[in-house]
Design a protein around this ligand. Structure first.
Ligand SMILES: [Ca+2]
Length: 361
């Protein structure tokens, strides 16, 4: 029965592709779902749910297509970022192992082509990586000069490599590969965070953070502790990456900007995954007058994707409010909690959010 339910939901998703929408804003938030295996097409597939409808966010499937990739396993990780300056979010495909080069390899699929064309396919300076390594995209910001004049949406994001265990220091470590050199050059090597080695009950995200005088526009590290927490809730800690305005990063990822703080979310298992983004109507965008990413967008919403075991029998999206205005109750209340047209999804799916701009006729 569950299988039948899934097929019906996907059909709805497909039919909604033809719905004509009007775009009041240049940018809106989209939920990207990558179906890596067990696809009918034998290719890796992508689904994008649009967040542009304020009253019914993520109810419309605005893109459903195959990628120029065969089916993929857990040795692949998908992330969104802006490789070029066309304001279409691109899809970063990280192959962690099983490569001919014995290096971790990176490809970038062009968002403007609906992810059909490769903008980049390259090896990197990073050896093959296993389950103990997570990835994020951000801007450590060497090229920006002041650190505030470039946002997440600037081109050539750097790849952040979070080594959770098997580290020399016995701490969770972060390294950064430079986007401008197509990931051939290290910006940060094996920086120790204050966290001991971490396991499956931790997920790591890269994004901006801003609270009063504490600013990290593009390179903060969010540690999501899903279980075994003191508060019995899912907890969040934010570490500063680059110190804005300076190049002297004696201890990147060491300073705590927030937390650990409890959230409105109970402890979570494998059927939950986490993302950073800004929910409409405060979608991330460049402000030309400001000359960069709007500052109030820097404090990120935490998107909680509940993949299975949901009351709606769909993949659900829950958004934790960063409380940007007060900075008193970060992530203590919900901005949104709802189901989507996607059926429940297991571990054959990988998710990410991006800010998309699709041509809509
Ligand atoms: Ca692009």
């Amino acid at each position: 029965m569950r299988f039948v339910s899934a097929q019906i939901s996907l059909l709805v998703c497909f039919l909604n592709v033809t719905v004509t929408s009007t775009w009041a804003f240049d940018y809106f938030t989209g939920l990207m779902a990558i179906k890596k295996s067990k696809t009918g097409s034998d290719s890796t597939e992508i689904y994008v749910l649009g967040g542009q409808d304020r009253n019914n966010p993520f109810d419309t499937c605005i893109l459903q297509t195959t990628l120029p990739l065969p089916q993929t396993g857990k040795n692949f990780k998908f992330l969104t970022g802006y490789y070029n300056d066309d304001r279409y979010a691109d899809l970063y495909v990280i192959q962690k192992s099983g490569t001919a080069s014995k290096k971790t390899e990176v490809g970038v699929l062009d968002g403007k082509s609906n992810f059909q064309t490769w903008l980049l396919r390259t090896t990197t300076a990073l050896p093959e990586t296993g389950d103990n390594v997570e990835f994020g995209l951000g801007h450590y910001g060497r090229r920006s000069g002041t650190g505030i004049d470039i946002g997440f949406d600037g081109q050539y994001p750097d790849i952040f490599i979070i080594k959770k265990s098997q580290t020399a220091s016995k701490k969770t470590e972060v390294s950064v590969l430079e986007g401008e050199s197509n990931f051939q050059t290290w910006i940060v090597r094996d920086a120790q965070t204050p966290l001991p080695e971490t396991g499956d009950n931790f997920e790591f995200l890269v994004g901006g953070y801003r609270a009063s005088h504490l600013v990290d526009p593009t390179s903060a590290l969010y540690a999501i502790q899903k279980g075994s927490t003191a508060s019995k809730t899912t907890e969040v800690t934010v570490f500063q990456g680059r110190n804005p305005g300076t190049y002297s990063d004696a201890r990147p990822f060491w300073r705590v900007l927030l937390g650990p703080t409890s959230t409105a979310l109970h402890e979570t298992g494998d059927h939950f995954t986490f993302l950073l983004g800004s929910f409409w109507p405060r979608g991330r965008y460049y402000d030309n007058a400001f000359g960069g990413l709007r500052q109030e967008e820097l404090h990120q919403d935490i998107y909680v994707v509940k993949k299975s075991g949901t009351g709606t029998y769909s993949t659900e999206v829950h958004i934790l409010d960063p409380d940007f205005i007060n900075h008193l109750n970060e992530y203590k209340k919900w901005k949104l909690q709802k189901g989507t047209p996607l059926p429940e999804t297991g571990d054959t799916y990988d998710y990410d959010f991006g800010v998309f701009r699709f041509s809509c006729g």
